[in-house]
Every structure is written in C-alpha cells, then in structure tokens.
Design a protein around this ligand. Sequence first.
Ligand SMILES: NC(=O)C1=CN([C@@H]2O[C@H](COP(=O)(O)OP(=O)(O)OC[C@H]3O[C@@H](n4cnc5c(N)ncnc54)[C@H](O)[C@@H]3O)[C@@H](O)[C@H]2O)C=CC1
Ligand SMILES: CC(=O)C(=O)O
Ligand SMILES: [Mg+2]
Length: 439
Amino acid sequence: MRHLIRNIIVETPSKPGNLGLVTSAIGAAEGDIGDIKTIKSGPLSTVRDISVTCKDEVHLQQVVQNIETIGNGISIHAVTDDVLKAHEGGKIAMKSTLDVRSLGDLQRVYTPGVASVCLEIEKDPEQAKYFTSIGKSVAIVTDGTAILGLGNIGSVAGMPVMEGKAVLLDHFVGLSGIPILLDTSDPDEVVETIKHIYQGFGAILLEDIGSPHCFEIEERLKAELPIPVMHDDQHGTAVVTLAAVLNACKATGVDPTKAVVGQIGLGAAGLAIVRMLLAYGVKDVFGIDRQPDAMERLHKYGGKSKDSLEDMMAECDIIIATTGVEGLIKPEMVREGQIILALSNPNPEILPTEAIKAGAAFAADGRSVNNVVGFPGIFRGALDAEAKEITYPMLIAAAEAIVNHTRKGELIPTPLDPALHLVVSRAVEEAATLEKKNV
Ligand SMILES: NC(=O)C1=CN([C@@H]2O[C@H](COP(=O)(O)OP(=O)(O)OC[C@H]3O[C@@H](n4cnc5c(N)ncnc54)[C@H](O)[C@@H]3O)[C@@H](O)[C@H]2O)C=CC1
Ligand SMILES: CC(=O)C(=O)O
Ligand SMILES: [Mg+2]
C-alpha cells in the first residue's frame, strides 16, 4: 500500500541549505514528496507545508523521525491529513447560476414566470436543451462494486470518487456531474433505474461498476437510451492508454501496429484496452486474467492468450496492467527496453521507478495514465455535438488529440492543462459531426 498522504509542517532556520536537509531526510526514508508550500518566511525562520506520500503509518513515523533527528534547529510543528480535511462537507454542491435579490428576480427564476418556460418545453421538448441545465448535466452512476482497485466497497464508500469525477467535469469542461449511488448490481434493475431517470441528464457516465456485469449494463443502456452512455473505466481508460502507447512507440521508433502488447487483467479497463488497441490496428494483442470467462471475452474480440504472467512479461514489448493487485509485476520480470504501464489505482502493479531501475524504457502508473486525461473532453465533445452515442471513431479522435497535444519527452499530457480538454472535446465533436453527416 502506498497511498497515505500527509502534510508535514516543518520550521527551519532561514538559512540556505536547510530545505535541502529536510527533503534529503524525507528521501532517505523513501518518502515521496509532493507539493511544498511556504507558509511563513521570516528573517529568522521559515515554515513550510510539505506533502509526503508514505506506504503506511509506520513508514510515516520513519519519515518524521528522520526529520526530527536532523538537528540544526529544524523542527516539526504538526502532521496533518489534508486529504481528509479537503473532504469535510463533501466536494460538490448544486449552486444556482442566477442571483435572487429582488421580487422581480424571484418571479423570473421561480413562480409565476417559470410556468411559461415549462409550457414552451411542453410544446417543444427540444427547447429543454436551451432553457434547462439538462444538456450540461452528466449522471455519474456507480453500484460500488469496483471502486478504484479497492473492490466491492459499496456505492456510499465510493461517493468520494464520484464527487471527484464531478469536480473534474466542472473544473475542466464546465459540465455538472451528479452522482447516482445504486444499491443494486443486477443488470435488469440497473438498466430499469437509469431508464427511469435518464431524461434529466445530457449523458450517463458509468463509474467503477465491476466486471462482467458492467459489460451488459453498458451495452443495454447504449442500445436503449437516446443519450451518450460511457463506462469511463472501460473506454475513458482505453483512450488514454492508446494515447500513451502511441506516444511511447513514437519515442522508441516502434510501429504501433507491429508492437507486441500484453494486457494483464481483462476486467472493465483491461478488456476495453484490448478492444481499443485492436480497433486501432495493433495486430498482436495478448491478454491474461485469472477468470476463465474473462479469457473467453478476450478471444471473442480477437485477442490472443499467453500461458502465464511470466511468458507475457518475457515476450511482449508493451505491458499494460489493470488488475488492482499491488506489486503483481516483480522487477525481475521486466525485460530490457520494455514499456510498462501499470495502471491500477491507488497502487500500481509495479512502481514506475522500480520498472525503470529494472530496465524498462518507459514506465508509468495510474496517476499519469489516467482516464481524467480523456473523459472530460469526451463528454463535452459528445454533448456539444448533440451526439446520441459515443462511438469508436469519437474515442480514437480523442486519443489522437491527446497524442497531438503531448509535448516532447512526455508520455501523456498533464490533465491540469485546460487546453488539453479543449482539444479533446473539439476532436470528439468533429468526429461526431462527421459521423452524423455520413449516416
Ligand atoms: N488509470 C486509470 O485511468 C484506471 C485504472 N483502473 C484501475 O484498474 C484496476 C482494475 O479496474 P477494473 O478493470 O475497473 O476492475 P475489474 O474488477 O473489472 O477488473 C480487474 C480484473 O483483473 C483480474 N485480475 C485480478 N488479479 C489478477 C491476477 N493476479 N492476474 C490476472 N488477472 C487478475 C480480475 O479477474 C478482473 O478481471 C483498478 O485498480 C482500477 O483502479 C481502472 C480504470 C481506470
Ligand atoms: C481512474 C479510475 O477511474 C479508476 O482507477 O477506477
Ligand atoms: Mg474508475
């Protein structure tokens, strides 16, 4: 486990070199340093807030002890849990876009004025696109069965992830994400429930719904609803992974269609990655999963199998892993020059630093190769084009837009760049519009 993030508030005498002593002490204990914020900078002392990721509480204590033994007047004021603090009261809220200060405002926003808008929409339901927020709202639906790699922890425990997705939709592309927490995983009940509520949304984002029931749920909803439906763990992840694979191939001079790719774990994310790579034209895509029915699905879509994880690691140029199993890939399994994308969250199958040390040419984990690079722009583009569904040409257009937006030396662009989501949404909108014209 490596997802204990804590903030250590450290005071050092204001003298060059002291921050270096602190970061070296953290590094010596193998703490992973994130943001460093200066809270107070005075002539005598400086106080900084240093975010550190540790494996667990024992590891955190080692980091703290290393700092405390530096001496030189360096001291720790507090160790805080900023992640928990950020979740106090939740991360989202439904807010109005209008102010209500006068009686006139009240009558425009609510009764009696609102009645005339209702009647306009009753006469012509298409008007709902212009006079309500429906076209900008995305239902984020989970049944809680595959929350990250944490397993079936239930929808309510998964709510922080759903709120997180809503924050990203709002922040990156101005869409409202509304979590819907289901208490059933039965495909008939899930489909029936969504069919009864879909009309309040422009699109449906399925999230952290485990396999294999996620496949039937998505297929049926896509067929039965007139609005875009996408299971992000499947197709959002596949888009971003395709982009990372294309970028890695470009950097290593490999023709992606001729690369030999091995996918470990053929659940929601893994099977969709296989399908996406095959749709793109990669010929040799191998897969492995501990479930026989997952292997059957691999073969149905044209993927090939390997006998063991060891064979897969020995024979493939590019390895992608989405099993949810931390540390599944051992450093001794890594082949010289291999490309390793260990995408499980919160902890990867192998840390990128370990994979590189073991000889990999490129290595990344689920923090950077993450569906957040793709899903905001995919949904925005589909809604802007008024698309009825999200298709493979739209997804491949998204992957190519990500590739074109990647700077030299990067495997995948940062999702913090607002221009990224704009180019992805434009590419998806254009692909959707082209498809409509060709129908
Ligand atoms: N980086 C990203 O953007 C994303 C990462 N993920 C991560 O991928 C992982 C899996 O997510 P889902 O596909 O939604 O879950 P899932 O439960 O649908 O799939 C997991 C699959 O891995 C297989 N598996 C487990 N242990 C295995 C082993 N030792 N060898 C071979 N196969 C094994 C399971 O049988 C199952 O088919 C999670 O940790 C999740 O956080 C998922 C979506 C996006
Ligand atoms: C990123 C994501 O969707 C997951 O790990 O499940
Ligand atoms: Mg997910």
